[in-house]
Write a protein that binds this ligand. Structure first.
Ligand SMILES: Cc1cc2nc3c(=O)[nH]c(=O)nc-3n(C[C@H](O)[C@H](O)[C@H](O)COP(=O)(O)OP(=O)(O)OC[C@H]3O[C@@H](n4cnc5c(N)ncnc54)[C@H](O)[C@@H]3O)c2cc1C
Ligand code: SF4
Length: 510
């Protein structure tokens, strides 16, 4: 008989097919799970996120026990400070010399557990997390020797490797790898938006709500609006709903924004994927099947698969290839303190108000709101990179550093100098107007650059370009923008910059 195993399962590893859960012997092996203060409070997490993870963990514990496995489980009310403390307590109950654990999603957790192992003379056996479609080493091998990393090249390789949307000759279905050009319609209110189903919550989740309300009274998140599934079965039902009702228009409105809906046709599955309730390959295959059965256009299925097979795996690779250190980058020297209204949503900029409010209340904003409304403002205003990253890590229900950091620090704030994105995602109010209907009910005018009713994004955009001219000069993708700025007369430039400085001061002081 082999030695008894102890397996530590983290809150984002709730998958029955997790590598460390395969081949366990219920007669002797043991699983340890713990809700601990260090994980629940390293940033002021949205209460939706804490409730989702605690409830999903407790449901997962019960499912493992129903399968006959012994699970040592510590609930939050037991007051454990850290994962290390949980393992110490587990060791008091039975002799443990090695803990098996799948690679964690965050460098911080890996460091903590490695430090615990050193001081407790116990080994951590890190097991590759093969729920991801590209391993950390495979990503490093793909990246090594390339002068520039581009998601599109990585994505094509992943399509080939996983046999997704390929024709009989192994080329891309429809003869094109990418239908991004067809995924950019703005919202004009012409299509009806599917009503999301209400998800019933059971006694376990309701008990968690009460604990979270008491333990985290000041954190963002309105739990009366909690509408997430907490089991793999529940998450699959949400995916079914998306495939049947939203996928057909997902591609067209992927970059759109609407006053009437926080989610339009988006899938609302990142939180399930990130904690292990859904499997990425299965999701991609479901989207491909929907297209093959004529339930959606190729552009919709491709656009959706690209997000999961391409972007999601790519950002994970970037994170692990560049940590530690990536979290400290600040290429554009952005140091302005995060305004207090990021925590209240009290701003008269309508697009920003809407995006912040739903982020705080629901823990959700879709990609364009995160990138082109909130992130764009933070970039143009030069907000402190670490403070912005911490804010993103706190407010979103799907936020884990491996995915949050490259998206925020790299894609939105360009603080990695172009590793994630070949040019900054900086835009004026005209872009936001084109993509949605927020400007119709805003006190500002998206076509004006200066004056009391001018959209603040406009002058801040030119201020940003003017301040970073030298850094952007060698970037061919910025040439047109720089030329447009340099063509303005000195008087025009002065007027815009004076107005931008005044707006900047007012907005950051409010
Ligand atoms: C500044 C910023 C911060 C972000 N922080 C996070 C985060 O903390 N956690 C997170 O999961 N995503 C993050 N994203 C990516 C993306 O915005 C969310 O995954 C998406 O909005 C989740 O909503 P959805 O499930 O409805 O996605 P959909 O729009 O329906 O997309 C489908 C799926 O594709 C994946 N996906 C799409 N874009 C990305 C991307 N850029 N990176 C990784 N996966 C992607 C997600 O798993 C998502 O569920 C961030 C993006 C930006 C610009
Ligand atoms: S006018 Fe500017 S601030 Fe107002 S909603 Fe439009 S883009 Fe946003």
């Amino acid at each position: 008989m082999s030695d008894a195993k102890t397996v530590l399962i983290l809150g984002d590893q709730l998958s029955r097919n997790l590598a460390t859960l395969r081949d366990l012997n219920p007669a002797q092996d043991r699983v340890v799970m713990a809700e601990v203060a260090a994980e629940a409070s390293y940033v002021p997490h949205n209460r939706h996120k804490i409730a989702l993870i605690f409830s999903a963990m407790r449901h997962f514990r019960d499912a493992l026990r129903a399968d006959g496995l012994a699970v040592t489980y510590f609930e939050y009310s037991e007051g454990l400070a850290s994962l290390g403390e949980a393992l110490d307590l587990a060791r008091k109950r039975s002799s443990i010399t090695q803990v098996d654990c799948c690679e964690p999603g965050e460098y911080r957790v890996q460091e903590h557990l490695n430090a615990w192992a050193r001081q407790s003379a116990c080994t951590i056996n890190w097991v590759e997390d093969d729920r991801y479609l590209c391993s950390i080493n495979a990503f490093k091998a793909w990246a090594s020797g390339r002068k520039q990393l581009r998601m599109e090249h990585f994505y094509r390789q992943m399509r080939r490797q996983h046999g997704l949307l390929l024709d009989a000759s192994g080329g891309p279905e429809g003869d094109k790898w990418n239908y991004d050009q067809e995924n950019r319609a703005g919202w004009r209110g012409k299509d009806s938006i599917p009503q999301r189903p209400d998800i019933p919550q059971d006694a376990i989740t309701k008990a968690v709500f009460a604990e979270v309300e008491t333990a985290f009274p000041d954190n963002p998140g309105d739990l009366s609006q909690f509408n997430f599934a907490v089991t793999a079965g529940g998450a699959t039902a949400q995916l079914d709903f998306f495939i049947d009702h939203c996928l057909p228009l997902f591609g067209r409105y992927q970059d759109a924004m609407a006053e009437e809906s926080p989610w339009l046709y988006h899938s609302l599955i990142s939180m399930y994927l990130n904690i292990g309730l859904l499997d990425p390959l299965d999701i991609c295959q479901r989207a491909e099947k929907a297209w093959r059965e004529d339930k959606c256009e190729l552009s919709a299925a491709e656009g959706f698969i690209r997000q999961i097979l391409g972007w999601r795996e790519y950002v994970r690779g970037i994170y692990w290839m560049n940590m530690p250190g990536y979290d400290k980058l600040n290429e554009l020297a952005a140091h302005e303190p995060l305004p207090q209204w990021f925590w209240t949503a009290e701003t008269d900029m309508q697009c920003l108000h809407k995006a912040l409010q739903q982020s705080l209340d629901l823990g959700y904003a879709h990609h364009i709101q995160r990138l082109m409304v909130i992130g764009n403002f933070a970039l143009l205003a030069g907000l402190n990179v670490q403070e912005v990253c911490d804010w993103y890590l706190a407010v979103y229900v799907d936020a884990f550093e491996w995915v949050e950091l490259p998206n925020t620090l790299g894609m939105a704030l360009h603080a990695d100098g172009g590793l994630m994105a070949s040019k900054p995602y900086a835009a004026s109010g005209k872009y936001i107007k084109r993509q949605g209907d927020h400007c119709n009910s805003c006190r500002y005018k998206p076509d004006k650059v200066t004056g009391n009713d001018a959209c603040p994004y406009n002058s801040l955009y030119w201020r940003f370009i003017a301040r970073h001219q030298q850094q952007f000069e060698s970037n061919p993708r910025m040439r047109l923008t720089l030329t447009n700025w340099q063509r303005k007369s000195a008087d025009q430039q002065r007027a815009i910059l004076d107005w931008a400085d005044a707006s900047h001061q007012r907005l950051l002081r409010d």
